[in-house]
Design a protein around this ligand. Sequence first.
Ligand code: FES
Length: 356
Amino acid sequence: MKQFHPLTIERIERETSDSVRIALAVPAEFESDYEFLPGQHLPFEVSIDGKKLRRTYSICSGVDERPLEIGIRVQPGGAFSEYAASQLSVGDTLDAMPPAGHFHVNLEKGNARDYLGFAAGSGITPLLSMIRSVLETEPNSRFVLFYGNRKQATTMFIDDLYGLKNRYPERLQLHFVFSREDQEFPIAAGRLDADKVRELYEHFCKGLEPAEAFVCGPDTMIRTVTETLVELGMDEGHVHSERFGVPREAAKARAAAAEKAADHAAVTIIMDGHKKSFEMRRDDDNIVDAAADNGIDLPYSCKGGVCATCRCHVREGEVTMATNYGLEPWEVEAGFVLACQSRPVSDFILLDYDKT
Ligand code: FES
């Protein structure tokens, strides 16, 4: 099982009035564990008032840049983000698991590709890593970013993006869209809804042959952008997305599934070559929580079906998954599930955490 390691805060700065950026140094002995693909995230754990909280934040550094940087938007009432913004200082440590996630670019030095990125708000963080990495590693590739925000003043990483534009003027296109500020050009005003995506694409992507598109933002924005790009001719398999936050549907789907009949199922876990077993009620919320109730610590972070930290393979038996935003269709087909969203259907299930 991937372990948490303490990363030391080298820098912590206000990014905007409602966000911070944190630079984290990885201990020398674990450096290779924290190599990452651009777009991946780090699962974090903190203890606040004796309660453990886990969250995932995307790495926004380029693949070869160290320390690792993350950006955190402070959510009102968000225990983790408020803690990060108000309690952490240089020299403190944050416990983080090694990088994870399927939302990433596969870099190839010889590629000559056009990439599209659509980000809303803090959805910029994985895309920033992709842009930095593509421009640095693939000298013949280009990146077009469409970035939606309410206002310029709360746009995260705007200076970094302009810095990249200065450095790679021919290969990076930046297009900002603001929903709560008047703009000189109407195309730059509004939200990344279907009409706006169509307008931007037709205006700025003429002559490009986008190989892949990467979309990061809230659930509705992801669906709209993906559907519109497919309508515009992109292959759905080349439009990749990552949601931030836990979609409301996830909670609803879990609650609906909880209405199913109760009785017990036997669960066996294989992890790091060892087997552990416990019993859970079929109407327990999910396998991760049921295991914790039995003193077994399984990997998790968002518990919302998004980050895939809890991914495992069903070797025997059958489970039902309330929601899935973290696995690709081929993974579901191959029998992988998200344990934080799953509960047993059969009387016995065998879950393998070692299979990749
Ligand atoms: S913990 Fe994030 S998907 Fe299960």
